[in-house]
Every structure is written in structure tokens, then in C-alpha cells.
Design a protein around this ligand. Structure first.
Ligand code: URA
Length: 238
């Protein structure tokens, strides 16, 4: 691997910036200032950038988790509530973090990775990756309100993008609705139902693009296989 890629993969700066730093004499390998851009890294090389020794770049890894209710997706919580990072076992050494958020009370599919470009690609709103939720709401929703949700409702002063909404089951005093949205606004599904007069009792994300929660058990994490990672990347590149 070329040194500029090594520096970029370690998250220090872009390859181009790394080349500039080499030219300026700010990069040392094993204590010697580097004077060539094409240097190929050797095993056990120690690299210093601007006086700081940098760690070896981590292998890129990709996981999915079934987040339980009652966990936050932020890395640290101001109220010290349980955090999804607590569910990551010691066997995962890489510094993975969640791609996108789920509310404290929401359960379901979460994707985690240490690949910043991948996380940005699948969470950026411009890529419109669909996320499917199952919502248990109070009362029985009318056909009219289902249509309103499909067309878009105003939340936080702005209309939501068209959504797929399907009334799946009706119980005595509540019903189950499948909702697929391509935005990721704050508490979006809950606010959409509030906008048509219903309260979300339970919310579960079951799909992100082509990735389905499947039979993964609550609180568990598993590696995404290369096909699943590629399917997500292809979707973001569309
Ligand atoms: N919509 C919500 O209301 N909450 C979530 O966690 C995700 C989508």
C-alpha cells in the first residue's frame, strides 16, 4: 500500500493532502523524513505525520444489530442511559459506530461500521435509501389518513416526501401499519402519525434498503456478508 493511502485510511486526511504533507517534509517513516510520494509501506513501518505517530488503518467492517427498546444510538448519553455500544462484544475490536439513529423507544435494524464513507453514503438524505418500519398506533386509522401519509404531511413546518403506507392489521383499540420512508428526519414516523391524530405505541425498523432484520434476535449483532455490503453501496451510488 502506498503511504498516502495508508495515511488517508487511518483517517488523518485525504490522499491529496497527505501528498502535500510529504512534499512539505512533514511525514516520517521509521524516524526518517520521507522524500518520495510513491513509497510502498512495509510491515512494521512506523509513520509520523506532523510529529504524531499514526496507528495502522483498521480493516473496514460492516455489521447489523437488532437494537432493543430502551437503548440510545449515540456513543455517549448525557443521562447515562444504556447505549447500543454496550451490546457490542469484546470480540469486535474495530471502532464501529451506528449509521443513522433510532430513538430510545424504537427497536429494530441498525447498521454499524468503521467505514466513514460507507456510513455517509447510506445515511445521506440525497441517496433516498428506503427504511421500512412497523408501527403499532392507537385507534383505527382511516383510509383517508393513510392516503394523507402517503402523499406527505407537514411536520416541523415542512412536508414529508411521498411514503409507502399500508394498514396491515386491525386490533380492538389499535392497529399495525407498515411505513416506508426515504428521508430520515428526527422522530419522523412518530411525528407523521401525530400529524394525523394517532400516537405511536410501538415502533420497529425492519428494513434498510435491501437489508432485512430477518431472524436476528433482539440485542444481537452479526456481520453483513459482502453481497449485503455491496447491495447497500450500489443503492447509495444510484
Ligand atoms: N422514526 C421515528 O419516529 N423514530 C425512529 O427512531 C425512526 C424513525
Amino acid at each position: 500500500m502506498r503511504i498516502q493511502k495508508y495515511i488517508a485510511d487511518a483517517g488523518i486526511c485525504s490522499r491529496r493532502k497527505a501528498e502535500e504533507m510529504i512534499v512539505k517534509g512533514l511525514v516520517k517513516v521509521n524516524g526518517e523524513t520521507l522524500d518520495e510520494l510513491g513509497y510502498q509501506m512495509q510491515e512494521n513501518d512506523v509513520v509520523e505525520v506532523d510529529g504524531q505517530v499514526i496507528g495502522a488503518p483498521e480493516k473496514k467492517v460492516y455489521y447489523m444489530m437488532y437494537k432493543p427498546r430502551g437503548y440510545v444510538t449515540t456513543v455517549k448519553d448525557q443521562f447515562d442511559r444504556p447505549c447500543v455500544m454496550d451490546l457490542i462484544g469484546d470480540d469486535i475490536k474495530e471502532r464501529i459506530y451506528p449509521a443513522g439513529r433510532l430513538d430510545y423507544h424504537t427497536e429494530g435494524l441498525l447498521i454499524l461500521s468503521n467505514d466513514g464513507a460507507f456510513v455517509n453514503a447510506i445515511t445521506h438524505p440525497k441517496h433516498h435509501i428506503e427504511k421500512k418500519y412497523l408501527a403499532v398506533i392507537n385507534g383505527k386509522i382511516s383510509e383517508e389518513d393513510v392516503e394523507k401519509l402517503k402523499r406527505g404531511v407537514v411536520i416541523d413546518g415542512r412536508k414529508t416526501a411521498p411514503a409507502k403506507v399500508f394498514l396491515s392489521e386491525i386490533f380492538k383499540d389499535k392497529c399495525l401499519v407498515e411505513v416506508t420512508i426515504s428521508e430520515g428526519r428526527n422522530r419522523q414516523v412518530r411525528k407523521m402519525f401525530e400529524a394525523v391524530g394517532h400516537h405511536v405505541i410501538e415502533l420497529k425498523r425492519v428494513q434498510i434498503g435491501p437489508i432485512d432484520l430477518g431472524s436476528l434476535k433482539e440485542g444481537r449483532i452479526r456481520k453483513l456478508n459482502p453481497n449485503e455490503v455491496q447491495a447497500l453501496i450500489s443503492l447509495a451510488e444510484k
